[in-house]
Design a binder for this molecule. Structure first.
Ligand code: AMP
Ligand code: ZN
Length: 462
């Protein structure tokens, strides 16, 4: 399997540290608000990485942290007139609800920064003992000049930093690139006791502690969005290198941005849509399809038409399954060579740095074989089984039985009822042209209206 490693800027053969096992860490949310669909892109992609390794038979340990103490959480607590813990709990809960709704499998471990404070303090202390950290009046900084490899992940030269840095940035630091390990608290902020006085940790240290706690000193893959390469991941890696001489992870994978009219979707630009809101409008699998139909490293522009197209494509998969009848699929493994060849090409695509767009093309082919009445039934059944298996590997088909039997979603129902009311108003006004137009337009969508003396009813045309 080839993976693009941000560290080397090349596709590299994936070799696990321990055979048959994958140790994966991806940076999770800072829980101060509902997460947006840009964040969802990152969460969905690493869900697919995890699923694919599981499909290949790996024993996967997937860790995703929850950052539950941060400046932004404190600011939000002030805005909502409450304490930081209430905010962190509220939005952690919302994070779990929304990732569940997106069909993201819960990671094996979801540690929270505030649960590992003693380990964080011990790590910073250790860095200080080894000569990689210095304290200035209750703040502790990482001494980047003490680590020759600093910059090796992002390719940034420490000198670049100096040239670009603003003079007034922080007079306490020895070097502009030095980053905070421990931050003295301001009055009224949450605090933890430490050898440097009361304060709280920096974000970069939290992730090192939480990943190493579950996965060991060095693990296979570290992931996140491309914005995290520098400084966050550089700084995480620097601490690991300083402590043990070993990099934190062997492969560093980063997803591209979800953009809004060419600009990164982000809270600070206020150009975001929350996952929670988008899920009120579109099906979770349509969102997943929308992201996976592009390569994970390419930027994607948010596009409603494409999400609607994606919804149709997913629906097409379901229709193929409905056509064959899910209950006609037995437990026997797929035996048709033609279908097994499709599985191979799916793997070839995924093994080429997670080319999900190409892998999805294989799903289309399988759906077509399933649907084609010209094919023998056993072939069609094998195609359906493979469609289910590979589709699930990408996170589709969460509950096909339910989806295939369920009626049209509530929002659509409400909209049909609304159109019916408008049509009734038109009929009362004897505006027959409009009444007919509404009827015909609904019919074009497969919705049939029946008029009777008791009123009008509607149903989906079979
Ligand atoms: P945050 O809560 O901002 O730390 O982000 C959580 C995850 O979402 C990180 O992996 C980020 O890199 C990723 N992320 C943030 N914004 C975007 C975006 N617009 N597109 C893709 N990934 C993003
Ligand atoms: Zn992180």
């Amino acid at each position: 399997m080839l993976l693009y490693n941000t560290k080397t800027r090349k596709k590299e053969e994936f070799i696990p540290l321990e055979e048959g096992k994958l140790k994966l860490y991806a940076c999770g949310p800072t829980v101060y608000n509902y997460f947006h669909i840009g964040n969802a892109r990152a969460f969905l992609f690493f869900d697919v990485v995890r699923r694919y390794f599981e499909y290949l038979g790996y024993e996967v340990s997937y860790v995703q942290n929850i950052t539950d103490i941060d400046d932004k959480i404190i600011e939000q607590a002030i805005a909502e007139n409450t304490d930081f813990k209430t905010i962190a709990d509220k939005y952690s809960e919302a994070f779990l609800e929304d990732t569940d709704a997106l069909g993201i499998k819960r990671p094996h471990f979801q540690p929270r920064a505030t649960e590992v404070m003693p380990q964080i303090i011990a790590l910073i202390h250790d860095l200080q003992q080894k000569g990689f950290a210095y304290e200035v009046e209750g703040d502790v900084y990482f001494d980047t000049a003490a680590l020759p490899e600093y910059g090796s992940l992002s390719g940034k030269q420490i000198e670049d930093q100096k040239a670009g840095a603003r003079v007034a940035e922080n007079i306490q630091k020895k070097h502009p690139a030095d980053f905070t390990l421990w931050k003295k608290s301001k009055p009224g902020e949450p605090v933890w006791d430490s050898p440097w006085g009361e304060g709280r940790p920096g974000w970069h240290t939290e992730c090192v502690v939480m990943s190493q706690h579950h996965l060991g000193q060095s693990f296979d893959i570290h992931g996140g969005g491309i914005d995290l390469v520098f400084p966050h991941h550089e700084n995480e890696n620097a601490q690991a290198l300083a402590l043990s001489g070993k990099p934190l992870a062997r492969y560093w994978m980063h997803n591209g941005f979800l953009n809004m009219e060419g600009e990164k979707m982000s809270k600070s630009l206020d150009n975001f849509i929350t996952a929670r809101d988008i899920l009120k409008q579109y099906d979770a699998e349509a969102i997943r399809f929308f992201f996976l139909s592009k390569h994970y490293r390419s930027p994607i522009d948010f596009n409603r038409e494409l999400i609607i197209e994606s919804d149709k494509a997913v629906d097409n998969f379901y229709k193929a399954l409905a056509g064959i009848g899910m209950d006609s699929l037995d437990e026997n493994p797929v035996s048709s060579p033609e279908i097994l060849a499709h599985e191979e090409s799916f793997q070839d695509s995924m093994n080429d740095d997670f080319n999900t767009a190409k892998a999805i093309a294989t799903l289309f082919e399988l759906a077509n074989i399933t649907r084609s009445a010209n094919n023998e039934l056993p072939l069609r059944q094998d195609a359906a089984k493979m469609l289910l298996k590979l589709g699930r590997t990408l996170g589709f088909f969460k509950d096909p039985e339910k989806r295939l039997t369920e009626e049209i979603p509530d929002l659509s129902k409400a909209l049909v009822e609304m159109m019916l009311n408008y049509r009734n108003d038109a009929r009362e006004r004897k505006d027959w042209a409009l009444a007919d137009k509404i009827r015909n337009d609904l019919l074009a969508l497969g919705i049939e209206i029946k008029d009777s003396p008791e009123g009008s009813t509607w149903n989906m045309r079979k």
